[in-house]
Design a binder for this molecule. Structure first.
Ligand SMILES: *Cc1c(COP(=O)(O)O)cnc(C)c1O
Length: 356
């Protein structure tokens, strides 16, 4: 028998969540599969979504080329755009769409002799101040693109800093600033990530860009979308010991038993992507029952409280997150977000299921 740590990917749930995103927003949706599909496997996710998705988005051209080589034929948008001339050549060869967020990327397109014009998503910095053209410089960038044989149709885009906050005034300000600076420009628009799809209907346009919600983690503080867990990160109990009162468990002796305690050892650690930062008491599912993490998570193993689960023993299945324990709960306990936990999953045995 091999180590029981696994990540199982429910591709039906992924498709379900994509459809939820698309119908909550209206119009078309680019399924965001950057960073290896938020840790789920970009190629398996793209294949599962190919029959239903309008297109895909990744961060970098290498990720896009990998999808093309795996047979994905839909549009693929590269969200960081070109880093250099070679990226523009790849985009042309592989029929990719490029985000353009700064002058240097317009110069790269100008220097390129196209086989096919490259569709461009022109990014505005409407207030996040991470990337994009300032509103006052946007129309000029648009006009320069229009003169280039290498640039195809231009889609107008921006990105929100606080879309997952239902009442952030900055989102209203970003939206107003985008509207004002694009009022005279033709072309389709795209503003929404998951948070804006769910929380900001005023920002819905022709295209949305769902990421995290597709993977079953609702980014809003009060989740209301009908999303299904896509990844189950799980393992099994591989050891059991009985301790008396006052005994330390694990590195640093952080947890001290307050009662006679049955400790379960789980084959899962931070090298698999389970966060080391979770405190004692973090929920975990053992044999279908909710119990708690006790002691520090180590690289390859962690310890859980089996005292109230007499049926649990060697081989009992463990769910770290999944359909019975939302990844957001673990992320919050760890002081981070579901995005980071999902992206970090590695080393475990990956598998997937789909009904077709
Ligand atoms: C990653 C990303 C998205 C997806 O965001 P989620 O919050 O995961 O839905 C959308 N747009 C851009 C520009 C991104 O970088």
């Amino acid at each position: 028998m091999s180590r029981p740590a696994f990540a199982h990917i429910d591709l039906d749930a992924l498709r379900h969540n994509y459809r939820v995103a698309r119908s909550r927003h209206g119009g078309k949706a680019l399924a965001v599969v950057k960073a290896n599909g938020y840790g789920h496997g970009a190629i398996r996710c793209a294949h599962a979504l190919a029959p239903v998705a309008d297109g895909f988005a990744v961060a970098i051209t290498e990720e896009a080329v990998a999808l093309r080589e795996a047979g994905i034929e839909q549009p693929i948008l590269v969200l960081e755009g070109a880093f250099g001339a070679d990226d523009v050549t790849l985009a042309d060869q592989h029929r990719l769409w490029l985000v353009v967020h700064q002058d240097e990327q317009i110069d790269m397109l100008r220097a390129h002799t196209p086989r096919h014009p490259i569709p461009v998503w022109l990014k505005m910095d409407s207030g996040m101040h991470r990337a994009g053209f300032f509103p006052h410089a946007y129309a000029d960038a648009f006009a320069r693109l229009q003169t280039l044989p290498s640039a195809g149709p231009v889609t107008l885009m921006t990105h929100f800093a606080r879309a997952d906050e239902p009442d952030a005034d900055t989102t209203r300000v970003q939206l107003a600033s985008f509207e004002a600076a694009t009022a005279a420009l033709p072309g389709e628009r795209s503003l929404c990530n998951s948070g804006a799809i769910l929380g900001w209907p005023a920002a819905h346009r022709q295209w949305c860009r769902p990421g995290i919600m597709m993977y079953g983690a609702d980014p809003m503080p009060t989740p209301d979308a009908d999303l299904k867990a896509v990844m189950t990160l799980g393992s099994a109990i591989i050891g059991v010991r009985e301790l008396g009162v006052g005994e330390p468990v694990g590195y640093g002796g952080r947890f001290i038993t307050g009662r006679p305690t049955r400790v379960g050892l789980v084959a899962m650690g931070y090298a698999d992507g389970y966060p080391r930062t979770v405190p004692d008491g973090t929920p975990i599912i053992v044999g279908g029952q909710r119990t708690r993490v006790i002691g520090r998570v180590s690289m390859d193993m962690m310890t859980v409280d089996l005292t109230d689960l007499p049926e649990a023993g060697l081989g009992t299945p463990v769910e770290c997150w999944g359909p019975h324990l939302n990844v957001n709960v673990v992320a919050q306990a760890a002081g981070t977000i579901a995005y980071e936990l999902l992206c970090n999953v590695k080393r475990v045995a990956f598998s997937d299921t789909a009904s077709r």
